[in-house]
Design a protein around this ligand. Structure first.
Ligand SMILES: [Zn+2]
Length: 421
């Protein structure tokens, strides 16, 4: 009977059940090999208890696969299932042990829909996992009135299972990016991502070269040879690790990080300029940091006027702003690496000639990493996706009230940033 029901389910997408069909509830419950024999509704707890019996009186011995029809003993078992019409739902049935004539021992019957010692059906576990996805465990714990520890255990076990079932494939374009673990504590974790799939593939607990290299060693030679580009910020150790382990990877300095480095330099240069201005001019320039740093095209008309007023007070600030905007325009322009190179070099010469000392350090970085920066102009790869993920990470950290357990934190990030959105 059940076989025919499941066949029907596969064959047609819509199926009609008559209320007087003796198998109506069985069909609605839709648990393999189980027949609904009764339902109890507990009004006080808003619980539904579904009583089930087995459709078959046989089981396969787990040792020798022989069919057994001899029931050894059974015990009542009650497990939680998906809610039924807004009530929490429990399945009550006989958990059976059969006797194997061949092995001469009793064995427990395996059920497709329930793990051996679990108190929750597989499909309910899956549904809880999906609910936890993109919300908090705390929220699901409250909604489902389920023990927090139980839910936590379940979530991370399922996360590990998913990762095993769905391992990252060989990566061509690798993103390497750090994010702060604790603000202001100078402690960082490193996210590695498949930039084509938009998926974080690994989170490392720090940004040390040794840690990254140890991770690359877990890859096969083939995997390492497969990477053709690696986008990263200007932190030297990443480039060193990539050079050492990924023979075919072209290193691309991420343009957003390069811009950020420049903006930091612009901020120091502005401080330096302001220090030498008369006191009253200094006062009028208070709170103007972002006017300089923000992209000029994104400024409102009023802000542009403020900026012009600022330039009238200090031509050094105007010069500084000009350098920043020229540099940005260079990256916006549709240039080949060959075209970009002389332009960048000219920009560096102008900065050096300007005497704006606070920008010199940035120029040194540019010179050291010129090849990697120019690689950006090949096909404009950025690890920008990872930057977006930084926000997700922030949310995860906040939701979890800080993670004491790095493994859990990492799993959570891998689940949330799996490329599905
Ligand atoms: Zn057996």
């Amino acid at each position: 009977m059940l076989e025919s029901i499941s066949q029907e389910l596969e064959e047609q997408e819509i199926w009609h059940i008559r209320a007087d069909d003796p198998f109506a509830l069985t069909r609605v419950l839709n648990l393999p090999d189980m027949i609904v024999t009764g339902i109890e509704i507990e009004q006080t707890h808003q619980r539904v208890i579904v009583f089930c019996s087995h459709d078959f009186g046989v089981a396969l011995c787990s040792q020798c696969n022989t069919i057994s029809t001899k029931i050894h003993d059974y015990s009542r078992r009650c497990v939680r299932d998906m809610p039924w019409a807004a009530r929490s739902c429990y399945i009550e049935f006989n958990a059976r042990r059969f006797y194997c004539e061949k092995c001469k021992i009793p064995f427990r019957e395996e059920l497709q829909w329930l793990e051996r010692c679990s108190r929750l059906t597989k499909r309910y576990q899956q549904s809880l996992f999906l609910q936890c996805h993109r919300t908090t465990l705390q929220a699901v714990h409250k909604k489902e009135k389920l023990g927090y520890k139980t839910l936590e255990r379940l979530y991370y076990a399922q996360a590990q299972y998913q990762l095993r079932e769905n391992p990252p494939t060989a990566i061509r374009k690798l993103g390497i990016d750090e994010f702060a673990l604790k603000k202001g504590h100078n402690s960082f974790a490193l996210a590695l991502s498949d930039l084509e799939a938009g998926r974080i593939i690994c989170v490392l607990p720090d940004r040390k070269k040794e840690t990254l290299e140890a991770y690359f060693r877990t890859w096969s030679d083939l995997q390492r040879a497969h990477v053709t580009e690696a986008a990263m910020d200007l932190w030297e150790p990443y480039a060193q690790a990539v050079c050492a382990y990924l023979p075919n990877a072209k290193i691309v300095a991420d343009r957003f990080h390069v811009m950020k480095n420049l903006n930091d330099a612009v901020t120091s240069a502005r401080r330096e300029i302001q220090r030498h201005l008369p006191e009253e001019t200094k006062q009028t320039l208070k709170g103007c940091r972002w006017l300089l740093v923000r992209n000029h095209v994104d400024l409102s008309h009023a802000d542009k006027e403020k900026l012009e007023a600022m330039f009238r007070r200090s031509c050094s600030l105007q010069q500084l702003h000009g350098f920043k905007e020229d540099f940005r325009a260079l990256f916006e322009a549709d240039l080949t690496p060959q075209e970009a190179k002389p332009k960048l070099e000219a920009w560096m010469s102008r900065v050096e000639a300007s005497g704006l000392k606070a920008l010199f350090k940035f120029v040194v970085t540019l010179k050291n990493r010129l090849e990697h920066i120019l690689n950006y102009f090949h096909d404009r790869l950025t690890s920008g996706m990872v930057e977006g993920l930084n926000n997700k990470v922030k949310v995860i950290k906040r939701c979890a009230y800080g993670f004491g357990n790095f493994e859990h934190f990492m799993l959570r990030i891998l689940m949330e940033c799996d490329g599905s959105t």
